[in-house]
Ligand binder design. Structure first.
Ligand code: NAD
Ligand code: MG
Length: 399
């Protein structure tokens, strides 16, 4: 008989939040929803509270807290309402919470995700940007508190499943040669650069295999998502940039692979459905139903693999370069990407200039060392100011 796990979901109204609640609802004797958070989607959040009855709820944009209270009162739901970033941090550290799903999008999730690590929780990490911006600080926090860090990103969850159990330390010492990080290539895999000039936000968000939030969908289209994942793998698995190879795999069935010194390559396969990695991490080290059907290999027929095209997708090179520069460079890369992607989604920046903004931001700012959370936040803020200036200038040129 397993004891019930109390779960907090940071970013409950998003795509990962919905998949997490779906898996939890299949196992009422194992999991209980203890707390939910959202940015400002109070109607959706109140609906989730009605269905899942958490003890605590938090709206990150404090201006929306009164409306959330109203909605909860109308629905007859009595739960404690918190607000603002301090509320998110409190949710992540609640003593009654055993497990935190970190599924806020972007560096906005950093403080709360780090708070869960500091509190020594079982931490399910979807919010890759938190690890990209704060890598060494984040991993040191996990080490010091003894938090159990489980990757949710499908590739990193796959790699985790392909590694020897309880592995820690350098890859080479574990007899591992390389990590093969797969990616579908996104919606524009076979388009020429000339064809990419005029693509719209809706085209960029129409991913061939995965249903995701809009920011990560655009990241998949530029392949910056794979770039962020290279950096994520570096910190999660102690891999050097040379040990991480990106493999384009359009079917999204092999979610990543680990190659050993003896030539063995171990892969994890499955449908492109985030409920699989979420269930793997929620139940770890046991296995539970996730609502995902069996993989029909006869219908899939064949799997193919291609080299990534670094010229059409410069985001990959930018990520490798930021990782090699170290210090503040990954935080700068991430902040510039968030600013450029938001500008693209709002129709203020053409698709091909997203990586141009990132490249110029990186070139103009030093890769100063990051020792504390304050250093990370300062680097993030500096890069946002610079990237916004570049977006404004490029927009004026285009007009
Ligand atoms: P989403 O946009 O669907 O949801 C984001 C959630 O974060 C929402 O609940 C939103 O309310 C909340 N949020 C947004 N801005 C916030 C802010 N400033 N403060 C507090 N909360 C805020 O995103 P998603 O697709 O669910 O992705 C979430 C994270 O998981 C991202 O880091 C993404 O890279 C990662 N991820 C997602 C997938 C996927 O399939 N969706 C796969 C792998 C990794
Ligand atoms: Mg991924």
């Amino acid at each position: 008989m397993t004891t019930i796990q109390n779960i907090a979901i940071l970013g409950a109204t998003g795509s990962i939040g919905a998949s997490t609640l779906d898996v939890i609802a299949r196992h009422p004797s194992r999991f209980r929803v203890a707390a939910l958070t959202a940015h400002r989607q109070v109607d959706e959040l109140a609906n989730l509270c009605r269905r899942h009855r958490p003890d605590t709820v938090c709206v990150a944009d404090a201006a929306h807290a009164p409306r959330l209270r109203e909605r909860l009162a109308e629905a007859g739901v009595g739960c404690r309402v918190l607000a603002g970033e301090a509320g998110l941090v409190e949710v992540a550290s609640l003593p009654e919470v055993d497990c935190v799903m970190a599924a806020i999008v972007g560096a906005a999730g950093l403080r709360a995700t780090l708070a869960a690590a500091r509190a020594g929780k079982k931490l399910l990490l979807a919010n890759k940007e938190a690890l990209v911006v704060a890598g060494p600080v984040f991993m040191e926090t996990v080490r010091a508190s003894g938090a159990m860090l489980l990757p949710i990103d499908s590739e990193h969850n796959a790699i985790f499943q392909c590694l020897p159990p309880f592995a820690s330390g350098e890859l080479v010492a574990k007899g591992i040669r390389r990590i093969l990080l797969t990616g579908s290539g996104g919606p524009f895999r076979s388009r020429s650069r000339a064809e990419l000039h005029r693509v719209t936000p809706d085209e960029a968000c129409a991913h061939p295999n995965w249903v995701m939030g809009r920011k990560i969908s655009v990241d998949s289209a530029t392949m910056m998502n794979k770039g962020l994942e290279i950096i994520e793998a570096r910190w999660l698995f102690g891999a050097s940039p040379e040990q991480i190879q990106v493999v384009v795999h359009p079917q999204s069935v092999v979610h990543s692979m680990v190659e050993y010194a003896d030539g063995s390559v171990i892969a994890q396969l499955g449908h492109p459905d985030m409920r699989t990695p979420i269930a793997q991490a929620l139940a770890y080290p046991e296995r539970i139903e996730a609502g995902v059907s069996s993989l029909d290999l006869f219908r899939i027929g064949h799997l193919s693999f291609e080299q990534p095209d670094f010229e059409r997708f410069p985001a990959l090179n930018l990520a490798y370069a930021a990782l090699r520069s170290g210090g503040a460079a990954p935080a700068t890369l991430n902040a510039a990407n968030e600013i450029a992607v938001a500008a693209f989604l709002e129709g203020r920046l053409p698709f091909l200039l997203i990586t141009a903004v990132i490249e110029e931001t990186l070139a103009g700012l030093p890769a100063s060392p990051l020792a504390t959370l304050e250093d990370v936040l300062a680097a993030d803020a500096r890069a946002r100011v610079r990237a916004n200036q570049i977006v404004t200038r490029l927009k004026a040129h285009a007009a």
